[in-house]
Design a protein around this ligand. Structure first.
Ligand code: DGL
Length: 270
């Protein structure tokens, strides 16, 4: 009855942690494509090909449902996968929609027409590929009207986090927040639109100031997945064991993951 969780590298662990706490009886198979990270600087075709390969690996591990715990893959590849690639008996879900439903005060799966919402100005921090896709603005426009979105592509932050260089990551986050504030001085809300960024959430909040509500996805995705599995229990696949898989060097990736989550995590080769 396993569920797959995919990210380009370590960032999706922020999502895994919350979904595993919310659904303790469900085994999760995590796959990080560290050998090919970061995805955020790749073009959409590349992200699509790499994401499909990893999702197939998770199907082989007994996961009929895979969560793309990666905004870049959700933004640049998910729609194409759902339209022309995912077989009928499998599901692939992304991390954008739960976040936008929370921002626009909707119940999960409420498909009523777009309406005015409390939030008027939103800062989006994401990878260059996610910003370029405009997927966030597209999904938002289905649900809300009159919301002004300013997007900041945060080049370099994912590489610094994957390398474990948190001093560089902090400096980059502060400079990206400064750049955003020059375009939108007082956003109502900020979206951490990359699963690596919750590892820097305190720095984002500090740089943005106390009046900005910072939304990160992990808890929202956990609630949305619990709701989805309640409605679709048949989507729990045949896999029985929780596993951590990486396309990178298992020892190196395990050490970094242990450092981030502050508990021992042991990756195997995918
Ligand atoms: N953590 C991923 C995301 O949510 C991708 C980061 C990357 O590989 O560039 O966008």
């Amino acid at each position: 009855m396993a569920v797959g969780v995919f990210d380009s590298g370590l960032g999706g662990l922020t999502v895994l942690d919350k979904v595993a706490a919310r659904l303790p009886e469900v085994p999760f198979v995590y796959l990080g494509d560290s050998a090919n990270a970061p995805y955020g600087v790749r073009d959409a075709d590349d992200v699509y090909t790499l994401t499909c390969a990893s999702v197939e690996r998770l199907w082989d591990a007994g996961c009929d449902l895979v969560i793309l715990a990666c905004n870049t893959a959700s933004a640049a590849a998910l729609r194409r996968m759902q339209e022309s690639w995912v077989p009928r008996d499998k599901r692939v879900l992304g991390v954008f929609v739960p976040l936008i439903e929370a921002l626009t005060e909707r119940q999960w799966g409420d498909n009523s027409p777009p309406r005015e919402v409390a939030v008027k100005t939103v800062a989006l921090f994401a990878t260059p590929a996610t910003v370029r896709s405009r997927a966030f603005q597209r999904e938002l426009a289905f649900r809300a009207i009159g919301v002004d979105v300013e997007a900041q592509a945060c080049g370099g932050v994912v590489d610094a986090i994957e390398e474990g260089d948190m001093i560089l990551a902090e400096a980059l986050v502060r400079s990206h927040v400064d750049a955003l504030k020059r375009k939108m001085p007082e956003p109502d809300a900020a979206i951490l639109g990359c699963t690596h960024y919750p590892l820097m959430q305190e720095v984002f909040q500090d740089a943005l100031g106390p009046n900005v509500s910072v939304y990160s996805q992990a808890n929202l995705v956990a609630e949305s997945l619990a709701d989805y599995l309640g409605r679709h229990p048949d989507m729990l696949g045949p896999g029985k064991d929780s596993l951590f898989l990486t396309t990178g060097d298992p020892k190196r990736v395990s050490d970094r993951a242990t450092q981030f989550l502050r508990r021992r995590i042991a990756f195997d080769k995918a």
